[in-house]
Design a protein around this ligand. Structure first.
Ligand code: MTE
Ligand code: MO
Length: 221
């Protein structure tokens, strides 16, 4: 137990240092180091690990789907809106504790996009990149095929705003908010899970709301 506790403290210190490096001088009071740039309507907080809010117009926006696929895709927002749409009403919960109940989401099921791209044998996981140039996320293939995982272009009854990661963001309904990569620019099919931005800093890769505290910290697991 003593040994595990020590590991937890070391991991915690590492996370804190890494977050201070990335985020200073933003929101130093936030114990997680996550940056709250703008208090948003309806209980959301607007997060960006880069300390700024990137922007891409609908005209230049492209979503690349590549890696272990038979048909790599380059999709515009119009292409996505022309695909079969799925709407969900589901909570958005950040691992730091805030939660927005019953948010309306519309987009394309990630599974539909993967079906169109044609996953090759050996494609067992996905990586997600943001056009902010820093944020990344991951899912296993079976998580990605769930019907409640969307590539979302509408949120709160309107196009996803720039603040919330528009024109297109990921929405992983059953998992903590950090899975829902904003300003989504690339989906790659890969052989195994590559931990995302916060996961490299200690958060759980499997971020099920309620099953996980979002952090792989042996001192508190
Ligand atoms: N590109 C990018 N995506 C991101 C983040 C981020 O900092 N950058 N923060 C994540 C976290 S921790 C949460 S809780 C949600 C917050 O979404 P919101 O800014 O729309 O409230 O976005 C997730 N996706
Ligand atoms: Mo979060």
């Amino acid at each position: 137990m003593v040994g595990l506790g020590a590991v937890g403290i070391v991991a915690g210190a590492r996370i804190q240092n890494a977050m201070n490096t990335v985020l200073a001088p933003l929101e130093a009071a936030d114990p997680t180091g996550l940056s709250q740039l703008i208090p948003a309507a309806g209980g959301f907080r607007i997060y960006s690990v880069t300390g700024s809010l990137p922007s891409e117009s609908e005209a230049v926006y492209r979503l690349t789907v590549d890696g272990l696929v038979n048909n790599p895709l380059t999709l515009t927002e119009e292409d996505l809106r022309a695909m079969p749409a799925t709407s969900l009403i589901s909570d958005f919960q950040c691992v730091t504790g805030w939660r927005v109940p019953k948010v309306h989401w519309t987009g394309v099921k990630l599974s539909d996009i993967l079906d169109q791209a044609g996953v090759k044998p050996g494609g067992a996981a996905l990586t997600f990149d943001s056009f902010d140039g820093q944020y990344t996320e991951s899912l296993t293939m079976s998580q990605a095929m769930r019907p409640d995982v969307l590539v979302a272009y509408d949120m709160l009854g309107a196009p996803v705003t720039r603040d919330h990661g528009g024109p297109v963001r990921l929405y992983v309904a059953p998992m903590y908010g950090y899975k829902s990569c904003k300003w989504l620019s690339r989906i790659s099919v890969v052989p195994k899970v590559v931990p995302g931005y916060w996961e490299q800093l200690g958060y759980d890769v499997d971020a099920w709301v309620g099953h996980s505290n979002g952090r792989s910290d042996p001192a508190t697991d």
